[in-house]
Design a protein around this ligand. Structure first.
Ligand SMILES: Nc1ncnc2c1ncn2[C@@H]1O[C@H](COP(=O)(O)OP(=O)(O)O)[C@@H](O)[C@H]1O
Ligand SMILES: [Mg+2]
Length: 199
């Protein structure tokens, strides 16, 4: 599903990632371990088109996406839920979710089906669908952010730090349901390790 080859990327002052090779297959959950600052988020920003690599190649679903724009990458089926959530706090939960569906042409019935799926994955959001996203708890806002990424009906989801110590917030349960309902899909998560370089 995704093959990263010899990828190097940084923020102008030298590379943060040096010659990284990773493959992530359909139907699998690929976990990228690493201590704080080791470059997990940088990797996700790069494959989702938010950062330009200095060298290397990213292939997704049989096509090269190394220098594609992020909107084109989402349309190809790779959805990334970035750190910091980036919700619209004054819009309703449902409006925030719905925005995730408009990457290509979508009819209303399709959006309704995708919304219903979001509420099945994250039942806590159903009762709050008309509340402003900003009024929700941090964990619930995280559910909205992941739900919004899934509204593009991606082949691969990158939910960012979904596995890190947030069990009580309930969105890992939603991600487990997603993986159970659509086992052919792929996901790539990160997990913070205590020791640098060790899972
Ligand atoms: N916007 C940025 N500008 C400059 N350096 C950055 C930026 N974001 C992250 N970095 C640097 O890149 C390295 C990797 O960071 P990051 O990818 O956020 O790590 P992780 O997600 O594994 O904690 C760190 O040294 C960090 O300081
Ligand atoms: Mg990070």
């Amino acid at each position: 599903m995704m093959t990263i080859t010899d990828l190097s990327v940084g923020y102008g002052a030298g590379d943060v990632l040096h010659s990284v090779d990773i493959t992530a297959a359909s139907g699998e959950l690929t976990v990228i371990p690493g201590a704080n600052g080791s470059g997990k988020s940088t990797l996700f920003r790069t494959v989702s088109g938010l950062l330009r690599p200095s060298s290397g190649r990213v292939e997704f679903d049989g096509e090269e996406i190394t220098r594609s724009r992020s909107a084109a990458i989402v349309r190809r089926g790779l959805a990334h839920c970035p750190e910091g959530r980036h919700l619209f706090p004054r819009m309703s939960v449902e409006k925030n979710l719905t925005l995730g569906a408009y990457v290509g042409r979508r009819d209303r019935a399709r959006v309704r089906t995708l919304l219903e799926r979001s509420y099945e994955l994250f039942p806590a959001l159903r009762d709050k669908s008309h509340q402003s996203a900003g009024s929700l708890s941090g964990g619930q806002q995280q559910m909205v952010a992941i739900g919004r990424a899934l509204m593009s009906d991606p082949k691969m989801l990158i939910p960012g730090r979904a596995l890190d110590g947030v069990g009580a917030a309930g969105h890992p349960a939603g991600l487990r349901r997603h993986r159970r309902d659509q086992p052919e899909k792929a996901s790539v998560c990160s997990s913070r390790s205590r020791t640098p370089g060790r899972p």
